[in-house]
Design a protein around this ligand. Sequence first.
Ligand code: 4AD
Length: 431
Amino acid sequence: MAKKFIPIKDTLSKEKVGKEVSIRGWVYRKRELKDKVFLVIRDSSGIIQAVSKEGEKAFKNAQKITIESSLTLTGKVREDSRAPGGFEIDISELEIVGLAEPFPIGRDLSEEFLLDVRHLWLRSQKMIAILKIRSTVLGAIHEFFRSRGYYEFDPPILTPTACEGTMTLFKVKYFDEIMYLTQSWQLYAEAGIFALEKIYDVAPTFRAEPSKTAMHIAEFWMAEMEAAWMKLDEITEVAKDEIKFIIKKVLEKNKPELKILGRDIKLLEKYATAEYPTITYTDALKILEKKGMKIPWGKDLRTKEEEILGDHFGIPVVVTNYPKDIMAFYKPSDPKDPKTALCFDMIAPEGYREIVGGSERSNDIKQMKEDLKKKGAGSGDYEWYFDLRKYGAVPHSGYGVGVERVISWICGLKNIKDAISFPRTMKRFRP
Ligand code: 4AD
């Protein structure tokens, strides 16, 4: 009969003590004494220590096996407080499936080297923990919107026009034409709401940003929503609920991974339940001024300002009504304060800065055309977009969540590059 393999996490229980189990995985650590070999085996579910003693059938293979070799192993489970996880397997059989060459990753290697060998570093305990949390975050986004009656609506990735300004477009040769990689699904979502009203999507997004900050990557995933009839004050509440929902799900499913990453769980519990404040850009400038930073009205908030605001509140804060002149063409003026736009950003604490950006959408074709012109873009390619205002226009709004920014924050990462499996930046695009 074929062997029944069980996940390593299922071997780590008192119920299994004295019982024979079979597992399969990779050698995570190896320690050799004269008459014993200790192996720590990992699979996607966890790690367990296994020991082979001289004179036993498996001993030769245990001596021969190398770090990151793949194997199958059978043995009896024993409780051992010295072993990681508190249990150990006495190996009776060990089959080497793929004998590994000397593994190039050891301790204390530079961040750049670990990025060079990202295809191998993915198997580190740190990356496994982050990838599991990432999976929870993406699942939570789908669950959040689907359970609230939103339809998933998929945008094209190749687009003929800019959504977020022409400066960060990636050009693609498209047969005999030039197209661009999408900067946001938004313009297409604004067509989708006339069919489905409430829609969302999580998709790759591209920005040719030369900035080499710890918060920017050139290919990132954005989770976006768009809804007919909704106004700014409604979508800011949806965004707050979504972020809290994501954190709750991670707390529910990923406490062991958060521990591996050394993340403060109490702090995440606060983020999952706190009431996030909403302030205006003008209020934000007043707060900054009290802290000794005088920003002229009309200037966008930069890294330092967002960090100070994040620290001031200690929880995410929604900032609305940025100056209209520095906003994208589709953001309308606030009739109550026309020099500002009906838009918002959500700023995360602990230096994680802007995690969400969104707005109401303008229905004023003339204003949008003028804004595009001011920003140096032609409006010809947007005629289809203006059509949406001609045939049954409705008030509508939406926002986008920077998935890797949220993951970085939840995991407490120093650099956003670790929030995605194979990061792309100006300098880093291999492997
Ligand atoms: O604020 P942004 O530019 O908003 C939009 O693109 C809107 N069209 C979204 C919408 O209304 N549907 O981007 C949204 C979020 C930012 O708040 C940030 O979290 C993230 O996307 N983001 C990035 N994340 C990583 N690397 C980059 N280069 C990013 N640029 C934006």
